[in-house]
Design a protein around this ligand. Structure first.
Ligand code: SAH
Length: 313
């Protein structure tokens, strides 16, 4: 069931279609696997790292089965290419404009991170190349640099976290769906890491942060990377950025109980929004706008994110 004929704004619960209901049910059947997004959960995550690796592979396969046709249509081949292949390909396509310099000592862990992402089921070569080019260690506290490329979220202050590499790559891959993205909006800049990754893949990236000190931190982290196609905004991301809408991609890095209506309105027809939804139990939701007053929803995997909060501080 789509929302066709209904008056906007709509509660998202009314938008679920048949296939996404199936996805929802199936997604819950693989709920044993989570992708923790809080620093507290990281400790436990490390302990079960080996077990989780196997589980994540299984989850990725389940997710693929549960994704809507449109996602599967663009799912790249399962053959894993090496990171250098990804760079090479992008170079030839003329897509990959910025490859950032990394200190040699951190080159190997970053490569290992990309190899792990491939094992975890991320297969979009451009996403892998972007993840391989952004120096994650530049976005975290110097005391945590040794953990910069592990698959964990890490504290960035103000009770917020830098997202786990897997979830960053996975969400961008789903939002991108193999398409070139022109206008993309990120809610929750945090330390600026995901915004930097997005800027490798999209023509224009807008990122909103509600905590002034974090927006300042992101500016500082991003300065040396000189990313021309990224604009940071201080404000309440729940309101979106109507002045530069519509967006062909919207990505939320914080979980609300529902997707803010302003963001649904600012999604272009044919655009994709990906967001964690829920409080203690959260799931990734993929919203596609299929018409003027028509959206579809698919429920993907479980996740843990910091809360989406209204207002600015
Ligand atoms: N994108 C970051 C993740 C940051 S954590 C990364 O690359 O790792 C999520 C961020 O969302 C926090 O900084 C939090 O302050 C912010 N946030 C929560 N609610 C928000 C809102 N309504 N508008 C903008 N930012 C919000």
């Amino acid at each position: 069931m789509t929302a066709k004929g209904h008056k906007f704004p709509l509660p998202l619960s009314s938008l679920e279609n048949k296939s996404s209901s199936r996805a929802n049910r199936s997604a819950h059947s693989v709920t044993a696997v989570a992708t923790p997004q809080t620093a507290t959960q990281n400790t436990a995550q490390h302990i079960v790292q080996n077990k989780k690796r196997q589980d994540v592979t299984r989850t990725s396969a389940s997710i693929k089965r549960n994704l809507p046709e449109s996602v599967l249509a663009h799912a790249p081949s399962t053959r894993a290419r090496s990171e250098s292949d990804a760079h090479h390909r992008d170079h030839h396509n003329g897509h990959h404009k910025k490859v950032m310099a990394l200190p040699l000592a951190l080159d190997a862990p970053r490569r290992a991170m990309v190899a792990r992402l491939i094992r975890q089921g991320v297969s979009d070569q451009r996403v892998l190349a972007a993840m391989g080019s952004v120096p994650r260690h530049q976005f975290i506290d110097s005391g945590l640099v040794a953990q910069a490329y592990v698959d964990a979220s890490l504290p960035i202050g103000y009770e917020q976290t830098i997202s786990q590499p897997y979830i960053v790559a996975r969400m961008i891959e789903i939002m991108r769906n193999g398409r070139a993205l022109k206008n993309v909006l990120e809610i929750g800049t945090g330390c600026g890491y995901q915004a930097a990754v997005l800027a490798q893949l999209c023509e224009n990236v807008y990122s909103i942060e509600r905590i002034k000190s974090l927006q300042e931190l992101a500016k500082k982290n991003l300065r040396s990377l000189r990313i021309a196609n990224l604009r940071l905004h201080y404000g309440d991301g729940m309101l979106g950025l109507p002045q530069v809408a519509p967006f062909d991609g919207i990505i939320l890095a914080a979980a609300g109980m529902q997707i803010p209506e302003a963001l649904l309105q600012q999604l272009a027809i044919g655009g994709r929004l990906i967001a964690p939804v829920g409080e203690r139990q959260q799931v990734l939701q993929l919203i596609e706008r299929t018409g003027i007053a028509e959206w579809t929803k698919a429920v993907l995997e479980e996740c843990y994110f910091v809360p989406l909060c209204p207002g600015i501080i």
